[in-house]
Design a protein. Structure first.
Length: 94
C-alpha cells in the first residue's frame, strides 16, 4: 500500500489537478500541499490542522475521505505519534 503522500499525489495527477488549482480551491498553501504529497510532516502544523488540510484535499480531489484518514492514521500509528503532537519535530521518511 502506498503511503499517504504518494497516494495523494498519484490520485491528484490521475484526476489532472494541479497543485496551483488545489491550492486555490482549498486555500492550502502550495508548500503545505507539497509537504502532504511528500510525507514531509515536519513541515506541517499539528495533527488537527493537518486533518483539516486532508479533508479539504480529499473533498476537492474527489477522494474517499475514509481512505485518506485511514492512511493518515496508519502513519500516526507506525510513527507512534500522539494526536496532540505537533509535527514540527518530525523528519521526513526517506
Amino acid at each position: 500500500m502506498l503511503s499517504l503522500g504518494p497516494y495523494l499525489k498519484r490520485e491528484r495527477e490521475f484526476r489532472q489537478l494541479t497543485l496551483e488549482g488545489m491550492s486555490h480551491a482549498t486555500r492550502i498553501p502550495i508548500a503545505k500541499l507539497k509537504a502532504l504529497e511528500e510525507d514531509d510532516f515536519g513541515n506541517l502544523p499539528g495533527v488537527a490542522i493537518t486533518k483539516g488540510f486532508l479533508k479539504a484535499y480529499a473533498q476537492h480531489a474527489g477522494l474517499d475521505e475514509q481512505e485518506v484518514f485511514y492512511r493518515f492514521d496508519t502513519f500516526l500509528k507506525e510513527r507512534q505519534i500522539d494526536v496532540r503532537t505537533s509535527f514540527y519535530k518530525l523528519k521526513p521518511v526517506m
